[in-house]
Design a protein around this ligand. Structure first.
Ligand code: NAP
Length: 251
């Protein structure tokens, strides 16, 4: 693929999404930074612009079909047809099963699964037309099961099946689809988990690091680097895979 390439990163206002947007801009992509609140994307867009890159902020709830269509159309009109999509937007609503509400279940399914579905359906038209595309979905080690996360675990496992099916359907158009399943990454999401269990975040991270073979927690840039590889031409024969990025092995 030559010429200007356009990438969309959902949940790009902070955390893994922000680091990924900045990294993809460094790799030469024009990046659309999508998040619930357009104003919250300003920091990511500024960081990209200050480094000499091109970025656009768009406010969108990825679970809202109409707003997804409008946002993708806007990206195509203002930056060019998007050929890379990183489905990163996510939420947690943790609770043990017997205390989990229907809303806890539905909202997690909605953002992760419906969101990835709507975004990918909207963007694939541009990818197949270009004859080149990359989809990267953010799964999690929680897909293997995690206490208090029946909803999140099911959604993240669902994203793995979604990824493999995209790889099968879209491969003949030059489009690959892969999932990254991070372990513990230091972001506002894990800080909120620490706060919920009443732990100081530094103590929480140190305890998590003791259980990780490389003896540290992950940083958003650890995931951004793997996204950069998966969207590169070097990864054109890698598709339908789930890459666990957790500082140690996972099944
Ligand atoms: P984060 O810091 O909480 O950032 C997630 C972003 O997604 C937030 O800006 C959030 O906006 C946005 N978002 C939430 N719902 C959305 C929606 N409906 N439409 C658009 N944007 C929405 O999370 P993170 O830790 O960077 O995680 C990024 C992804 O990696 C998630 O899919 C997460 O499940 C996955 N992951 C994270 C870890 C980890 O340890 N951090 C591990 C495994 C997998 P608001 O802040 O306004 O809600």
């Amino acid at each position: 693929m030559t010429g200007n390439r356009v990438a969309i990163v959902t949940g790009g206002a902070r955390g893994i999404g922000a680091a990924t947007a900045v990294r993809l801009a460094r790799e030469g992509f024009a990046v659309a930074v999508l998040d619930l609140d357009e104003a919250a994307c300003a920091g990511t867009v500024r960081a990209i612009a200050e480094a000499g890159g091109t970025a656009l902020a768009a406010g969108v709830d990825v679970a809202d079909a109409g707003r997804v269509t409008a946002a993708v159309e806007r990206v195509a009109a203002e930056l060019g047809p998007p050929v890379v999509l990183v489905n990163n937007a996510g939420i947690t609503r943790d609770n043990l099963l017997f205390k989990m509400s229907e809303d806890d279940w539905d909202s997690v399914m909605s953002v992760h699964l419906r969101g990835a579905f709507l975004m990918t359906r909207a963007v694939q038209a541009h990818m197949t037309k270009a004859g080149w595309g990359r989809v990267v979905n953010l799964s999690s080690v929680s897909a293997l099961g995690n206490r208090g996360q029946a909803n999140y675990s099911a959604a993240k496992a669902g994203l793995q099946g979604f990824t493999k099916t995209l790889a099968i359907e879209l491969g003949k158009f030059g489009v690959t689809a892969n999932a990254i399943a991070p372990g513990f990454i230091a972001t506002e999401m894990t800080a909120a988990t620490a706060a919920r269990v009443g732990a100081d975040f530094e103590v929480f991270k140190a305890a998590a690091a003791e259980q990780i073979p490389v003896r540290r927690v992950g940083e958003p840039e650890d995931i951004a680097g793997v996204v950069a590889f998966l969207v590169s031409d070097d990864a054109s024969f890698v598709s339908g895979q789930v890459l666990y990025v957790a500082g140690g092995p996972r099944d």
